[in-house]
Design a protein around this ligand. Structure first.
Ligand SMILES: [Fe+2]
Length: 230
């Protein structure tokens, strides 16, 4: 389970180089700035589930703000080291976790949905994993749906792979970075912050979560599971 498993969806601005590839080549870390990745489909591609207006605001404004925030936190920490003044390190480290997690989760969220999504997973390994961990694919849907609907305030539903026990888990992240299970690799995420759905669903988060399964991108989950277990 390498960092490369997370890299493809993160939009790092390095010259087309995947972080994992640099490490494997023995050339050492080459940190880059975080960058806003483009949506993997046109803004109206999920119309019927989410409008183009929602995707435009969510991607171009909200996600972009997290990218700016994580880059600022990195710069602020470099400035603190340069000045030898760590008086603000606690708050900056919180900003790093909040904005960095926000950037990663949104990058995964766009790919967790597809206009060709929904139905049951075609990939045998993913289907077997869901059955082994949740009893059935429908058992996963019920668990993930309930957890996402119950997430307190601004939260995320997350299907994750946990390598220690070789199992799939449903997690909930409050805000972006709280209630984490370290080492887990997120496969599918559902943003249940109000900005993700309010313009269409108002206070009906449950309706939004139920319809998420109509666009869920099993292919993306299967690719990430295979990479995480490699
Ligand atoms: Fe969001």
């Amino acid at each position: 389970m390498g960092f490369a498993a997370l890299a493809p969806a993160l939009g790092a601005s390095g010259a087309g180089q995947e972080p994992g590839a640099a490490a494997a080549g023995g050339t050492g870390l080459q940190p880059t700035e975080y960058a806003l990745p483009p949506l993997p489909y046109p803004k109206d591609a999920l119309d019927g589930f989410l409008s183009a207006e929602i995707l435009e605001l969510h991607h171009d404004k909200h996600h972009a703000a997290y990218v700016q925030g994580v880059n600022k936190a990195i710069a602020d920490l470099a400035d603190a080291r340069a000045k030898g003044n760590f008086d603000a390190v606690k708050g900056i480290t919180r900003n790093l976790a909040f904005n960095g997690s926000g950037h990663v989760l949104h990058s995964l969220y766009w790919n967790s949905m597809s206009p060709k999504g929904g139905g049951d997973p075609a990939d045998a390994a993913l289907k077997q994993g869901l059955e082994a961990s949740f009893g059935s694919v429908d058992g996963f849907r019920k668990h993930f749906g309930a957890a996402s609907k119950a997430g307190e305030a601004s939260a995320w539903g997350i299907l994750a792979y946990e390598a220690v026990a070789d199992r799939l888990l449903v997690l909930v992240a409050e805000s972006h970075q709280q209630m984490g299970f370290h080492g887990c690799v997120p496969l599918i995420v559902c943003d249940v912050w109000e900005h993700a759905y309010y313009l269409k669903y108002q206070n009906r988060r449950a309706d939004y979560v139920d319809k998420f399964f109509d666009v869920i991108n099993w292919k993306f989950a299967a690719e990430r599971l295979a990479a995480a277990r490699a």
